[in-house]
Write a protein that binds this ligand. Sequence first.
Ligand code: ADP
Ligand code: MG
Length: 235
Amino acid sequence: GTTVYAVASGKGGVGKTTTTVNLGTALAGAGKRVAIVDADLGMANLAGFVSLSPDGPTLHDVLAGDADVPDATYEVADGIAAIPSGTELEAFADTDATGLGEAIDRLRGEFDYVLLDVGAGVSHESVLPLGIADEVLLVSTPEPASVQDVRKTIDLVDRAGGSVAGLVVTRGRPDGDVSHEEIASQLGVDLLGSIPEDPTARDSVYAGTPLVVHEPEAPAATAYRQLAATLADDV
Ligand code: ADP
Ligand code: MG
């Protein structure tokens, strides 16, 4: 069957898109069929992480009823397809996210994993995917402001009728951080992964290539493969 994960956080800029792209690429590298979906409808930027410039419809067109899901699905590498969103402000202004659940259901059966890159915050567009997904992967840096905002996301998952898989701590530093296990236990969730602060994460964005491909031996790349193995017991 297909597992749909929402990759979500309270705060922005904590590594959701990086996690979506690299977890997805790591799962694809292990032979899984993966779709990564830019569900950050207001601040879409996933396509750039994989050097995709869509020459056709995007998720915004699907939600507007102007395109079918397959037309907005682009193969970006072996075993991995991306569903980008429009990056123009007008595209967002005209968007009603109500059809997202139906669009995501169209991907079930086609892929082993569907990863939804969700917008930060508490807007309708950010909350909807939390209930559509089978499981929510919470993303936070170790910083208190980020952790505090994840508490809100956990409440929102409950309200949306969703289910939390656990926490991925990003941008961890070897010393000075509160232990990531401790952060997860304070939130009452499982720690699924710990991604270290790694300058190659940023380099890979500029290169338009996922970190796990761009710099496979980099510490963060290794940590993303580890996360993939934690989520898929046969990876
Ligand atoms: P979000 O999608 O939550 O807004 P991004 O994935 O776009 O966050 O990441 C925000 C910034 O943090 C980007 O510049 C990215 O390159 C950087 N970043 C993400 N993960 C790491 C990491 N493990 N180490 C260093 N920089 C990172
Ligand atoms: Mg993002």
